[in-house]
Design a protein. Sequence first.
Length: 115
Amino acid sequence: VQLQASGGGLVQPGGSLRLSCAASGSIISRNRMGWYRQAPGKQRELVADIASSGSTNYADSVKGRFTISKDNAKNTVYLQMNSLKPEDTAVYYCNAFTPGGNNYWGKGTLVTVSS
């Protein structure tokens, strides 16, 4: 399983970014996919996830601002981030969690929110 995250960068407060996670094979359609983030000096935390059914779950801190979605045909998961705040600054990681209990991680993409 390979997960490749992209789309990070520097953005001003209030701005938007869209992260993409390209996956190998058809894992996106069959497994729960998630976006996590890790800020300097902090533990990695769940930002949002999406089940194989399409149901979604969000951390309270991003509800109403972030949207997770997926395109099974393209084997890609997205994280649309709007109204970004400095506290959203972190390395964002894509994750796949299989029904068998296996966890797969991609390399992170850095998001920096600063004026």
